[in-house]
Design a protein around this ligand. Structure first.
Ligand SMILES: [Fe+2]
Length: 439
């Protein structure tokens, strides 16, 4: 492709935008490509809806976006969770308005009062007269709230797909299932639950920039330099001999040198998923020790150690979410426009673990993932700068050269060293697969 030429989506050759070591800027900046992503990626992949702990009671609902589709999951009287389009089949009104709530016994449309069961089936219309001899039929699916073509739950994590066909959820997740497993296995009771509220962060940048950053180990010491310096200055102001408080430790960790990050393992799987390994050091702090005691009581010391040795920084479940297994965070990524992305951050409680562990997860959320944290705004700023720069005529390609050609194959994916740009290349391998499939 001519470097100055923008892609001609009338005769798509999307594959040329993604090369083994670089991608064309239009994948981040062209609204027509964003439209095609909504259709070919978010119209096909399994997309995270929510966790079933967010709808514990009959009638509880939680809204989500799958591409441009407004959907919600709702708990039925049979205990099952149903994922439905947020649209009344009568006049098209959105049925639920709040991010989360309870529909009561039935889902009742606020416009004309048609009511539906939690599986979407039409329960009643207020006026039965007048429909005789028309095509209206209470048992016709066209008069029910439409269900997503596919939905599936893995250990409480609810996913749905706009495509009727495709791999099942477990095949889609492949190797990254191990991150969901470890997220849950860390709970002495083997289950997790969303607790507390949600942080919502608007990013003035393309959704893929955020995904790339999640496993980008060569940015923290630069992007977060001021936060690291502030944390170190704060620590120096404490009485000599003070152990570094958890809050400062988390911020200061971004200042580790390149050699530290390079020792971590990058593991990438098919479909764009990956994780960044972390180094396991047996903890000695009271919060961890109290928690480990509950895990050992539930599973025995050997199994507890096996679970805790699975140490990971961010995991990526492409293209919709990112669990952080050690601190019980889940970031949910919703592309809104080519240059606008909504990220929602949830904190989970490990069932059976002491409250102090959950409190530490909340502290982590506040320090790292809150809009008022001293860490995340650094990232948001550089993402927006990328989006601005990519719009200019100052260049056409985005580099992913570091360790290109040196990814080592494993079953269902690749591994690389910690500073490798393997995760970015891996995301675009999946991106190109989705985007070049015509039908
Ligand atoms: Fe960062």
């Amino acid at each position: 492709m001519d470097a100055q030429q923008s892609p001609d989506l009338a005769t798509p050759d999307i594959a040329r935008l993604v090369q083994p070591d670089r991608v064309h800027k239009s994948v981040y900046a062209d609204p027509a490509i964003f439209d095609l992503e909504m259709e070919r990626i978010f119209g096909r992949a399994w997309v995270y809806v929510g966790h079933d702990s967010q709808v514990p009671n009959v009638g509880d609902y939680h809204q989500a976006l799958i591409g441009r589709e407004a959907v919600f999951m709702v708990r039925g009287p049979d205990g099952a969770v149903h994922v439905l389009f947020n649209r009344c089949p009568h006049k098209g009104a959105r049925l639920v308005a709040f991010p989360a709530g309870n529909v009561g016994k039935f889902i009742r449309c606020p416009f004309h009062g048609w009511s539906f069961r939690c599986d979407g089936g039409l329960h009643a219309v207020p006026i039965r007269d007048g429909y005789q001899g028309t095509r209206f039929d209470i048992n016709d699916a066209d008069f029910s709230v439409r269900r997503l073509p596919r939905q599936a739950v893995y250990r409480g994590f609810v996913f749905a797909s706009l495509a009727a066909d495709g791999p099942d959820l477990e095949s889609f997740l492949g190797g990254i299932r191990s991150s969901i497993d470890n997220f849950c296995d860390r709970a002495p009771a083997g289950e997790v639950a969303v607790e507390g509220g949600v942080f919502r962060v608007w990013q003035q940048s393309n959704w893929k920039i955020f995904f790339e950053n999640l496993n980008d180990t060569s940015h923290p010491m630069v992007t977060h330099e001021s936060a690291v310096n502030a944390a170190r200055a704060e620590y120096r102001s404490l009485p000599p001999g003070t152990k570094m408080p958890f809050q400062l430790h988390i911020i200061e960790g971004n200042g580790e040198p390149y050699e530290f990050w390079d020792k971590l393992e990058m593991v990438a799987f098919d479909n764009g998923h990956s994780y960044m390994g972390a180094i396991f050091t047996p903890p000695t702090d009271p919060v961890s020790l109290a928690y480990i005691a509950t895990l050992e009581a539930a599973h025995g010391a050997a199994r507890a150690r096996e679970i805790l040795q699975v140490q990971r920084h961010n995991s990526i479940i492409y293209p919709s979410c990112s669990p952080h297994t050690s601190f019980q965070q889940l970031r949910v990524i919703r592309p809104i426009a080519v240059d606008r992305t909504l990220v929602e951050i949830y904190t989970f409680r490990l069932k059976g673990a002491p409250d102090s562990l959950f409190q530490r997860s909340v502290v982590y959320a506040n320090v790292v993932n809150s809009p008022s944290s001293v860490v995340m705004p650094d990232d948001i700023e550089v993402y927006a700068r990328c989006q601005e720069g990519l719009k200019t005529q100052g260049g056409d390609w985005v580099s992913q050269h570091r360790d290109a050609g040196r990814d080592r194959p494993i079953a269902g994916g690749f591994v690389g060293n910690g500073l490798s740009e393997l995760p970015m290349r891996n995301q675009f391998r999946a991106w190109a697969q989705y985007m070049t499939q015509d039908a």
